[in-house]
Design a protein. Structure first.
Length: 97
């Protein structure tokens, strides 16, 4: 009779631990990259309720976080730096048009 009690307690502890744990995405020294990859990452964060902490440079596509994720899920430290630029498509040889 003691084994079912222990199993029930273990299952309850696992449930409490897994529901209480929530991931945090820390953005620091992020130069950006492919917009689609960042859109997917931040859409997942928005849907899952993950917090995003901007704690350093967040440049280019990284800045999509502030437009895609609700403000209550985002915070910025005193080290946060957001860098924006005009969008452009490189030529086939990688040059700027």
């Amino acid at each position: 009779m003691r084994i079912p009690t222990l199993l029930t307690a273990a299952a309850a502890a696992t449930l409490i631990t897994s529901s209480a744990a929530q991931a945090t995405i820390r953005l620091a020294n992020d130069p950006g990259g492919l917009i689609a990859a960042y859109q997917q990452r931040f859409a997942h964060a928005r849907a899952s309720g993950e917090r995003i902490v901007i704690d350093g440079s967040c440049l280019s596509a990284c800045t999509l976080a502030i437009g895609m994720v609700p403000r209550e899920q985002i915070c910025a430290t005193s080290r946060a730096v957001l860098g924006f630029h005009a969008a452009w498509q490189p030529t086939p040889f990688g040059a700027r048009p």
